[in-house]
Design a protein around this ligand. Sequence first.
Ligand code: ZN
Ligand code: ZN
Ligand code: FE
Length: 762
Amino acid sequence: MSGLTQGYQIHVDGIVQGVGFRPFVFNLAIALNLTGWVRNTSSGVDIIIIGSASNLDSFIKQLRANPPTLSRIDKISVSPGNFDTYTDFAIIESLPVEGDFIPISPDMSICPDCQRELFDPNNRRFRYPFINCTNCGPRFSIIKDIPYDRPLTTMADFLMCPDCEREYRDPADRRYHAQPTACAVCGPQVEFISPGDEPLQGEAAIQSARTALKNGKILALKGLGGYHLACDAGNLESLNTLRQRKLRSDKPFALMAFDVPTIRKFVEVSVDEELLLISPQHPIVLLKKLSRVNSLDHTAPSQQFLGFMLPYTPLHSLLLEPESDYPEVLVMTSGNLSEEPISYVDSEAAERLSGIADCFLNHDRPIHMRVDDSVVRVVQKSPYPIRRARGYTPEPIRVEKNLSQIFACGAELKNTFALSRDQYIFLSHHIGDMENLETLESFRSGVDHYKNLFRVDPQAVAIDLHPDYLSTRFGENEACEKSLPLFRVQHHHAHLAACLADNKLFSDEPVIGLIFDGTGYGIDGHIWGGEILTGNFDHFERRYHLQEAPLPGGDSAIRNPSKIALAFLHAAGIEWAQNLPPVSHHSPIELNVLKHQLEKDLNCIPTSSMGRLFDAVSSLMGIRQHVTYEGQAAIEIENMVAPDENSSYEIEITDDIINSLGFIPQILNDLNNGIDKTIIAAKLHNSIASICLDVCSRIRSYLGLGRVALSGGVWQNTTLLKKTSNLLRKEGFQVLIHRQVPTNDGGIALGQLMIADAILKN
Ligand code: ZN
Ligand code: ZN
Ligand code: FE
């Protein structure tokens, strides 16, 4: 008799490390009386199991059906064979292989089990602000290198106490190999700092922070992926102080409440929205205000939506714990000055935030990679990402083909970058607006970290066509230094490709793209943004576009809808009558300068941007002459739309041009006739939706295309999104919208990467 027995060798690919996968396998094997072993490798998990045929089968079934909550199985390979006999089932040492990698879990919000222990007076971690387990807690933000083991995280300096050590070593314990595990005896501690007072630790620190918030103070709070600035969301004085100090005049603040019933006091929460709020990611969810006047109105001026999230770390839970006379809702906004990246290093935060915050709640667990909060909304019952960061990154997007190793630099606003290898695309967390050196530095360190973590050595670089973006220059340097091929990708083609990849469409069949945004460099050097394209990954054609209007001073005009409106009036041949809001907004001297500039065509760049059309209309309607954040004018028009209005404006299409300047006289006419602004806003939206149907029908009639991709920042306007997709679906079109990556420029890098890969392979 030989010592070999019939069994299976199994390899599992996906997010299977640091998520309780090996204990799950261990317990399953023991329950089914199987022998053998399980181990982590650099590319996943290997398993050998030996036992009766029926038990082996149930093992595989269970493995597929009930893996741990935070794991994501991409592939299970099973090969039968004869193996050595084992006397038991064991978890054995990891086997690293040079160059291999495995996806890393994102940071995950506190799980229900840990939440229960946090508030259980009999638990040894009662009120310990860093409680976590295999199912929850920090991951990506504390990992310095792979394999994911404690010495390679920012927990390396915390030596486990005997109790924590015992849990960590026990495969039956829910903290088995939970790398960040800790307790009050051995783990990180909080500290409350208020100028002039002795620093406080532990429960005293938390209570002092709560008292400060209750008294209207602004607290800088070190969280999971960086610092937040917190204050009582119902305290107008605190809000105003925070806006002044942070140099942020109107932009909405994110809010945090202890639980869903509290959130329901202020906004509508559907079943799908609740599922998203309580999902392991705990993103900020944009929720519609209840119609009555809202005590939180000042956190988000002239918005219909408030961004709410639940406490996602134990520290947040302790800070939000309900108590009578304590704020129910706290503002939780990124700890930065307007436009700069979020602070995450203690010394730097102390310096940068001391002018904004009255006091600090710090802790001594270092953050290795800064990660902002994610922002998501629910559209047609499913998540629709606005900002992809904490909880979602660095989870890769898996595609159905092998990709070259490529580095895509993204665009300028809401920048993210992307790296690829094998069947994976690592789209970075939200980096921010690449308009200053701090953000560029954050981009650079992010790129280095991702390259190292996922062992990517790019063989090509993809950038935006815009010559002046910091991301473009970065990519040019990178390609030049390493002699790599460089792909300049047209911005709206990248949006189209991102939407295809997001929807897992990898065939060569072209689709129609309705690509609407504020700004993107066109192949003719003009500023595009109201584009109807056809194409796939390796090519595109511009079929229709909005009529061009001059943008005086180029992109610098975008803060001033009044100037855009004046330019649109000029282009439409309409007199600048003194009673028009954009005209009365400017002095006669300013008007003369602008008129001269437009007449002589001095530094006026033609634009077909949909975003600028909304700006111009907003100004003409007297809603907004100056914006303080991107998309503000459009959001305010969207908020006005009369829900049941079905009429629209007549807009002609001649050849490849949608005569969008035709909106201007018709809207002025309505304004003169005293038509309600809510009706005008509705008519604008209805007209754009019907233009979309018109151009798609034309294209279908001569090219036979029936799939339509909606991408670009304008589609954050969900009123327009719903109207357009309903019309298209009714006429038999298949409508693709974003589901994994943002429709705004946060998704651009994904598209750039897919286009570069397609061209490389041709
Ligand atoms: Zn937990
Ligand atoms: Zn301990
Ligand atoms: Fe864009």
